[in-house]
Design a binder for this molecule. Structure first.
Ligand code: HDE
Length: 739
């Protein structure tokens, strides 16, 4: 082949006549400035704020495209052929390298928790755990880098964020004493008591094996078949039939280590603890209708919410807390078996004591390298934190490395940047697929004399992991669980009793929906029987919705593992008032109207640490404020509250309306897409405000003087009231409203 005369594209700012010089560096030297066609095309935040430096980083570094071996390339668009119209030549190394690498770009997704989003951050210890735990990262003022990954459990990697499901909440603490992973969920109890059942519950929850449907759903026969037969799953199932199964945001979820862990202090005294994450923003959820609509309108809702909030500077934070129990021989507290992961300890019996704060402040710069390749493991412990004999935890200690060997392609995944400990690593692990290190020395064994006896073992004062001399209970080998694990219903009953009326409505609706999607009547009947064993009211209401008879209970109601607590306040989400940081405020404007106060309003929303999104008939700017959504792209479910600054009363274009109410009596001739926004925000009990020309649409579509409807003189006044309403998340008085 005759070489073409093409020369490398000159970098911006360099005279194009200058030939490439041999002295030019080929080493990475920082991101290139954007090319002309990339100017202005950088992803923007909904506020129109400048993207953070991480998001501006370009994929390539250095000036020239090279092969993986660093040889510069003149062409990557044409394969090498025998004649322009001839066959492709096998000798084209660049072609083969490019295609081969592409062919192997995917790795197996996680068998559970495949869909996730993550962020970097920092953990700061309060020093309050010192009396029970000697782990250095809990010391007062000690700051430790962390990486947290949130996830759904059942769906595939590409499934929607807002499926009804449990959420994972896994945090890697890169401490000076080694990496500690707290691999938690947003629900404090689990489906099963013994890890040997995990494949069963996961097979039951995953799509049916014949047609591989439904995706990311528990509303199907195999799931309800399993949980109705396997009654220890009922407690966990009730939690995620409640609002916790559809969080508003990862930023607004609690996290729970579930199992009981054993801590030891500097004196070697031990205590049993349960770990809790408490979100600064409170615990809040979507409505089921919002969750379903978001599945279509924005399947990446939670992922986007997390990264947008971080980018806008609304850094989410959680307090880490512990419930502390004496390390007694029975491993139980107030009659609750601490080794049974289907039980929690009500906070009334053991308050959660804060021991540190987690703040997420940086988005990953590469999803695959960080979020996908991160490998958590409940066995990653540091001195002062140890496991207990919880039979679920014990199996987890085997499973995580095992699955990661396949998912990350061999035994060296701890060397991937995201998985590397920040403490010095000096192991004697050698070789294997994916080995990146080039270890010196000839004696990766102990004892040795050839490497001067290195590495040495840590002495008592060198801060080593400790095998606590915990007494092992006596017994015979058997495939059984303790009799104290037998109570499957009384804590579920405690949860139900602790719900407010509106939360109970949501639970009844969720069971009615899920069981209504099952085909087999026997499964519905069996699940109703489980509900009857939890609570008569719950069972009767779900049975009525299904049009089936309600059975009576078959187990005694008072079986004791609720610790004697009648209701537990922290189980309900409807309490307190919370910061509104990062909340999305939709502002509907009429570009032809009076928008003189829009810029100030926009700034006021930003100043209140919320995110303003201007919604206009078409893109561009209105009164100097960028339009974030057009009437065509806005979906009510993206917003926590809606402000109507001015609303065109009729459609700005001649497209036929898809809103059945448009033009109908009572619709007030509101622009149909704006009408839909208002209707849905009303139905989902969101605060809606209007002033000036915006009032007409509000009055046309909502009940006059309705709860959570704010009308005022100007945008700033209305915003103030809307923000106070948002502090309790929703206008709860507006339920029930058919959501
Ligand atoms: Fe997991 N779990 N799990 N799990 N789990 C995994 O590990 C497993 C359990 C949890 O963002 C897998 O690397 C078994 C409880 C989270 O990367 C796998 C049992 C809790 C994540 C695995 C449990 C969790 C996982 C899949 C029963 C809450 C996502 C990919 C004995 C305390 C971590 C992977 C991430 C991931 C096994 C039960 C939380 C297969 C066998 C209980 C947050 O190893």
């Amino acid at each position: 082949m005759v070489p073409t005369k093409k020369t490398p594209t000159p970098a911006p700012g360099r005279p194009s006549s200058r030939p490439p010089s041999l002295e030019e560096p080929t080493e990475p030297r920082g991101p290139l400035p954007p090319k002309p066609d990339q100017e202005g095309a950088q992803p923007r935040t909904p506020t129109g704020a400048e993207p953070s430096p991480e998001r501006r980083t370009t994929a390539q570094q250095g000036e020239f495209l090279t092969t993986s071996q660093g040889a510069r390339l003149r062409d990557t668009d044409h394969s090498l052929k025998a004649g322009r119209r001839g066959p492709v030549l096998l000798q084209d190394h660049h072609l083969r390298e490019k295609i081969t690498h592409f062919d192997h770009e995917r790795i197996p997704e996680r068998v559970v928790h495949a869909r996730g989003a993550a962020a970097h951050g920092v953990f700061e210890g309060y020093g309050t755990a010192e009396s029970v735990c000697r782990a250095g990262f809990l010391a007062k003022g000690k700051r430790t880098e962390v990486f947290t990954r949130f996830s759904t459990v059942v769906g595939s990697r590409g499934s929607m964020d807002t499926a009804r499901d449990t959420r994972g909440f896994a945090t890697k603490f890169y401490t000076d004493e080694g990496t500690f992973d707290l691999v938690a969920n947003n629900i404090p109890v689990f489906f099963i008591q013994d890890g040997i059942k995990f494949p069963d519950v996961v097979h039951a929850a995953k799509p049916h094996p014949d047609r591989e449907i439904p995706q990311a759903q528990s509303a199907h026969d195999t799931f309800w078949d399993f949980v109705s037969l396997h009654t220890e799953a009922q407690h966990h199932t009730l939690w995620f039939m409640g609002d916790r199964g559809i969080p508003r945001s990862f930023r607004m979820m609690e996290g729970f280590g579930i199992h009981t862990f054993r801590l030891s202090n500097a004196e070697g005294e031990t205590s049993l603890v349960k770990f809790h994450w408490k979100p600064t923003l409170g615990v809040h959820s979507l409505t089921w209708e919002e969750a379903q609509l978001l599945g279509g309108a924005d399947p990446d809702f939670h992922r986007r919410d997390l990264s947008d909030a971080i980018e806008a500077g609304a850094h989410p934070s959680w307090e880490l807390g512990i419930q502390v129990f004496p390390d007694n021989e029975e491993q139980s507290f107030e009659g609750i078996d601490l080794l049974d992961p289907t039980k929690f300890v009500p906070e009334e019996l053991a308050p959660v004591q804060p021991i540190g704060r987690l703040t997420l402040n940086r988005n990953p710069s590469n999803y695959f390298a960080e979020t996908e390749q991160v490998a958590f493991n409940p066995g990653h412990l540091v001195p002062g934190i140890d496991v207990t004999d919880d039979p679920l935890l014990q199996v987890r200690l085997f499973s995580y490395v095992d699955t990661q060997l396949t998912r990350l392609g061999g035994p060296n995944f701890a060397q991937l940047p995201i998985n590397r400990a920040h403490a010095p690593v000096n192991d004697m692990l050698r070789d294997g697929y994916g080995q990146q290190a080039d270890p010196a020395g000839v004696a990766p064994y102990r004892p040795n004399s050839l490497d001067g006896g290195c590495p040495f073992l840590a002495g008592e004062r060198d801060g080593a992991l400790e095998d606590l001399p915990v007494r092992v209970p006596e017994g015979v080998k058997e495939r059984e669980l303790s009799a104290t694990f037998e109570d499957h219903f009384s804590q579920a009953r405690l949860f139900w009793r602790s719900m407010t009326p509106v939360e109970k409505d949501h639970i009844v609706d969720a069971y009615s929906f899920e069981l209504g999607k099952c085909y087999e009547n026997t499964i519905r009947e069996r699940q109703l029987q489980c509900l009857a064993n939890i609570d008569e009211e719950l069972c009767t209401r779900v049975a009525a919705a299904l049009g089936m008879p309600a059975p009576g209970p078959t187990v005694p109601a008072d079986d004791g593992s609720d610790g004697g607590v009648a209701t537990s306040a922290p189980l309900s989400q409807l309490r307190g008032s919370w910061p509104t940081d990062g909340r999305m405020i939709g502002i509907v404007v009429d570009p032809e109207g009076d928008n003189s106060g829009l810029l100030d309003l926009h700034e006021a929303v930003v100043a209140a640490s919320m995110t303003p999104v201007v919604i206009a008939p078409r893109g561009g700017e209105v009164a100097g404020v960028p339009v974030g959504r057009t009437f065509g792209t806005a979906a009510s479910v993206e917003f926590d509250a809606l402000l109507l600054a001015g609303t065109p009363l009729t459609a700005p274009d001649s497209r036929p309306s898809v809103d059945p109410k448009a033009g109908a009596p009572g619709s007030g001739d509101v622009e149909p897409r704006v009408g839909k926004l208002i209707d849905e925000c009303w139905r989902h009990a969101k605060a809606i405000g209007a002033w000036g020309e915006g009032r007409a649409a509000l009055e046309a579509r909502t009940a006059p003087g309705g709860a959570g409807i704010v009308v005022g003189e100007d945008g700033q006044t209305v915003l103030g009231e809307i923000q106070s309403l948002l502090e309790s998340h929703r206008v709860w008085e507006r339920f029930p409203a058919g959501t």
